[in-house]
Write a protein that binds this ligand. Structure first.
Ligand code: SF4
Length: 65
């Protein structure tokens, strides 16, 4: 599942879940704490106030010595 998700594809709150029938859905982690967000957003999501880019790996943050 690499396309068709829109913003969810690159969002830190997105988790991909697969049903028993093999269908994949995006589960929005923000839905647990904020009712404005659907648990399973309708894809593709093209605009979302909750979008957050994932944290870069530590070694990519430039704090190494
Ligand atoms: S916050 Fe928005 S972009 Fe991120 S997973 Fe939820 S619906 Fe998708």
């Amino acid at each position: 599942m690499t396309d068709g998700r829109g913003l969810c594809a690159g969002c830190a709150h997105a988790r991909v879940v697969t049903s028993a029938r093999g269908a994949s859905f995006v589960l929005c982690g923000l839905s647990r704490t904020d009712e404005r967000f659907a648990k399973y957003p309708r894809l593709p999501v093209v605009a979302c106030k909750g979008f957050e880019a994932p944290e870069p790996p530590r070694e990519a943050q430039g704090h190494q010595r």
